[in-house]
Each structure stands twice: as C-alpha cells, then as structure tokens.
Design a protein around this ligand. Sequence first.
Ligand code: MD3
Ligand code: FE
Length: 196
Amino acid sequence: MPGGAAYFPAFLERDAQAAMVADLRGVVAQAPLFSPMTRYGKAMSVRMTSAGRYGWYSDRRGYRYERAHPSGSPWPPVPESVLAVWRRLVSRTRMPDCCLVNVYDGAARMGLHQDRDEADFSWPVLSISLGDEALFRIGGTARGGPTESLRLRSGDVLLLAGAARLAFHGIDRTYPGTSDLLARGGRINLTLRVVD
Ligand code: MD3
Ligand code: FE
C-alpha cells in the first residue's frame, strides 16, 4: 500500500458493526439513497447518501459537496457510533464534515478515481467497510501506474493520509453472500472527511 495508508483489519467487532448499521438505517430514512449522475450523464452503480454538514453530490455540472440532500432537507447528523471511530484514529477535536455512505448491491462497482473535492488534503479520509467483502484497488498519484488489490471485509477500517490521500483507488467488485451483517445482503462503505 502507498505511504500514509494504514489498514486496520477487523477493527470493529460484530456488535459494533450491527449497532452502526442500525444507526445508518436512521440516516437513510432521513436522507434516502440516490444514484448520482457522473459528469458524463450516466448514473453511478453505487447508491449514496451522506450525513454531516456536507454531503457529496454529482451531476452533469460535476462533483462537489452540498449543504442539503437533493430533496432540499439538510443531511442528518453523523451517528455517534461512526464519530467514535474517527475520535480513536484521527482527532478528538476536529470532527468530520461529511460521512459519505456508499451502498453496493449486486454488480455495483466504483472505477479508479482520486478524492480531491475537499479543500485540505492534509486531513485523512477514514473508510469503514460493512457487509459483503469487496475487491479494493489502490495505485499511486498518477493514473495508469501500478496498482495493488486488497480484499476489504466487514469491520475493516482504512486510514488514507499522506501520499495515499491522493492515490487512485476504486472497488472492482463485491462478493455477494460473504457476510450476513445486512439482512438484504450487499455492502456499505462509509468515508469520513473534513471538507472545508
Ligand atoms: C484512497 N469509496 O467514496 S473506500 C469513495 O469502498 C470511495 O466505497 C470506496 O472511494 C468504497 O470515494 C473505497 C477506501 C478509500 C476511501 C477514500 C480514499 C480509499 C481512498 C481516498 C484517498 C485514497
Ligand atoms: Fe474515493
């Protein structure tokens, strides 16, 4: 993995994962999942929503953070169960502005990309995986360079800082049926970010 990436396999116990999923049901009830349009006008296969001061949004105008859900309502607060992980690994004083919730079912995937819509890349991104396993791929800061793959499992946490913060990364596929955490199957990934 690139410098600045830290991998914490099985960081969350089963009970903590289940409590987080229950909290996320509340988030999704207030801020329903949607499939963002890429800037090319094609719907992403991953469904998303957010919690926090900002949510990530995309349409033909491009990728950005917004203060409100597409419905016009403010995003719900980030659940305490999620903030607790940030406090343990990132900061006790600065809380994340955004918890992006990515939901993968069936054939959903995410192509290689960089996360560069945030103002200050010196803040890390914290990722929490829940539910089905996924094939995660990460490379360097230039598109087209060598990549390495890692199978992310439910309860795994990744911290992307330093050089890894601007690394190209994506999800090639998930492995349906590899976890019984989510009643309807699938995978949830949370990313916690400082936006501005
Ligand atoms: C490496 N999510 O939301 S999480 C994303 O599993 C995103 O849903 C993937 O990429 C997912 O932007 C991967 C691991 C991850 C998250 C953010 C990163 C890796 C990262 C930011 C910089 C470098
Ligand atoms: Fe990303």
